[in-house]
Design a protein around this ligand. Structure first.
Ligand code: C2E
Ligand code: CA
Ligand code: CA
Length: 585
């Protein structure tokens, strides 16, 4: 171990090993004095120490920490050029020359000792380790510790992987998180958070029977940012409570405002984060909102994710009772995402169940038979228990047909509609009570397309477009060359030979574009960056040996970091091209 003259103030009062400050100072000199040695810094944490404190008292928790310190001293006394310290409460660190095998031996040594402690206490203590292999010695020791800590955070709470190595992407993520954190409060004040609504449809008659309010962050720099990018962070830093409260209030305002206009608004569901459960005023806040806006409590439905029921069961049951007393309904969201057994359903008084297809088929293709059986079991179980079930993530006609055959009655998913801004949603509910699917297109060659005109008429709203009797298609341009099809009008399906072709994965539209035209075809998409430009291109499509000249006119409908959605009007110009080129067709 690196020898240093130590004074009492350099030692942690409880464990009698170095404090973090002293560690930083000495690691600095140790690294400088040994420029040839490759070092690593490791931070590690004991999970669930608070459980020991709760069950056995603070004294026992302290004993665990002291034992860890003793083990560290024992191990690293034998290691030249090493240092150990207690960073804070349940976090420790050590620095030593980096050698993968040796490092594993040290980590195993620490864990073995802890296992012994765990078995004496009958609490399963776990540890997470974060390793920073020092590749840039110019960094300050503090920055190196921060990197080790980022690596630690990447495996914290992970039962399978307990050692994480720092990678640059962790730092990028941390930088991004710092930026988001710095901007979130101002964004809320500046109304950058907008509510999108995604309809829920009845499978019997395709009416809109509800909707889910989903938040979007519209930033001046990046456009629409989806919640996956910021909700997990907000759940960590607590900002989700403010954001959720805003979403709930906006939703109530939306319901009231439109009801007053005589529009038949369906019940709207809002998401309630598990973090909100810690808010002692949760029920009062939500009930208060329904009163403030004078709406029927049944109009504001709540979605709690499955893990809220399994991880905080007692708390959840108490809260559900209170909501029920006030006439509010609660759905269990993301059923199938966690580990709850089917039979938890009989113990919690949920009013509805949301089953996400994504969670059932997450394993792999080979398991799709199993996924289908689980889906059938859940739907039937919900029926027996009299709990209405809705299936979300429904993207294809095949899924719709399958769900119908299982007796499922409600669905939510891209097949019917994507989440949409308020104004579009209002139009949607106005029209969807009578007509849901886009069918009955005029014959292809009768369609006169003037993109400028249609765009003037519909603005950037997507829904009226879907109603148009044009031959059209919605493209999803992902990263790389991927070009997926979200949906298309029936007349377009007719040209390219049926729906099946689109949804029989792995179909991407570009595969039917003639090789020589493909570059131009993609350039048409890549040249469009705003919502006003029109992209145009005439390309050959090759379909089962037949060549069709197709005239594309495209507009951007939505963009975020991962993908862009385009609306394309397609005109079959084979005849005109043939006559110009004097070809026989
Ligand atoms: P969620 O509550 O499970 O919401 C459903 C998500 O599935 C939404 O993602 C929706 O756009 C997406 N989705 C709907 N239909 C389909 C489909 O057919 N295929 C696929 N692949 N996806 C579909 P979104 O809007 O990105 O939201 C992601 C998650 O962020 C939500 O998952 C929810 O957990 C959370 N979230 C969104 N808004 C809020 C909010 O206001 N508060 C809180 N606490 N969480 C929110
Ligand atoms: Ca939800
Ligand atoms: Ca969900």
């Amino acid at each position: 171990m690196f020898a240093a003259v130590t004074e009492d103030k350099h030692l942690d009062a409880l464990t009698r090993i170095y404090t973090k400050d002293y560690f930083i100072e000495h690691a600095g000199s140790m690294f400088r004095e040994n420029p040839e040695t490759d070092f690593c810094i490791v931070e590690f944490e004991v999970n669930r120490l608070s459980m020991i404190n709760d069950m056995y008292g603070l004294g026992e928790g302290d004993r665990v920490l002291k034992t860890i310190a003793k083990v560290l001293l024992e191990i690293f006394n034998e290691v030249e050029l090493s240092l150990v310290c207690r960073v804070q409460s349940d976090t420790f660190a050590f620095a030593c020359p980096y050698d993968k095998e040796n490092l594993e031996t040290y980590i195993n040594g620490i864990e073995d000792n802890l296992k012994q402690l765990s078995s004496n206490l009958s609490v399963d203590l776990l540890m997470s380790f974060g390793v920073y292999v020092v590749c840039d010695k110019r960094l300050s020791i503090l920055s190196m510790c921060e990197r080790a800590n980022l690596a630690l955070r990447s495996v914290k709470g992970n039962y399978i992987q307990h050692v994480g190595y720092f990678t640059e992407s962790m730092r990028d993520k941390a930088v991004e998180e710092t930026e988001i954190t710095a901007k979130m409060n101002a964004a809320l004040i500046n109304n950058e958070f907008k509510i999108y609504f995604q309809p829920k449809h009845s499978l019997d008659d395709e009416r809109v029977v509800g909707a889910e309010a989903l938040v979007r962050w519209i930033t001046p720099e990046k456009g629409v940012v989806s919640p996956d990018k910021f909700i997990p962070l907000f759940e960590e830093n607590g900002f989700i409570m403010k954001l959720d409260a805003y979403v709930w209030e906006e939703t109530c305002r939306f319901i009231k405002e439109n009801q007053e206009k005589g529009i038949e608004v369906p019940p709207i569901s809002v998401n309630v984060s598990q973090v909100d459960l810690y808010n002692p005023h949760l029920v009062d806040t939500l009930v208060g909102l329904t009163r403030k806006y004078a709406i029927d409590p049944k109009m504001l439905k709540l979605e709690f994710t499955e893990s809220a029921y399994t991880e905080s069961t007692q708390q959840m049951l108490g809260i559900m009772d209170k909501f029920h007393e006030h006439g509010m309904e609660i759905d269990m969201d993301d059923f199938g995402s966690g580990y709850s057994a089917l039979n938890v359903l009989k113990d919690v008084p949920v009013d509805g169940l949301k089953i996400d297809l994504k969670f059932l088929s997450k394993t792999n293709e080979d398991n799709s038979g199993k996924a289908k059986r689980i889906l059938a079991a859940v739907i039937h179980m919900a029926k027996w228990l009299g709990i209405p079930a809705i299936v979300e993530g429904v993207e294809t006609i095949e899924q719709v047909d399958h769900l119908k055959s299982l007796g499922c009655t409600m669905v939510q998913g891209f097949y019917y509609a994507r989440p949409m801004p308020e104004s579009e949603f209002v139009k949607y509910i106005k029209t969807k009570s009578t007509r849901v699917k886009l069918e009955t297109e005029r014959p292809f060659d009768e369609v006169v397309i003037n993109p400028d005109e249609w765009w003037e008429n519909v603005g950037s709203d997507c829904e009226p477009i879907l109603e148009m009797n044009t031959c059209h298609i919605l493209f999803d341009r992902g990263v790389g060359d991927e070009l997926g099809v979200i949906r298309a009008s029936d007349s377009l399906y007719e040209i390219i030979g049926g729906r099946e072709r689109f949804f029989n994965k792995p179909f991407t539209f570009d595969t039917i574009v003639n090789n020589d035209d493909r570059k131009r075809f993609f350039e048409m998409f890549d040249e469009i960056n705003d919502y006003h430009s029109i992209g145009k291109s005439i390309c050959r499509l090759e379909l089962d040996g037949q060549v069709i000249w197709a005239d594309f006119k495209i507009r951007l409908l939505e963009k975020n970091e991962d993908h862009r959605v385009f609306f394309a009007v397609v005109d079959d110009v084979t005849r005109s091209v043939a006559s110009v080129l004097n070809l026989s067709i």
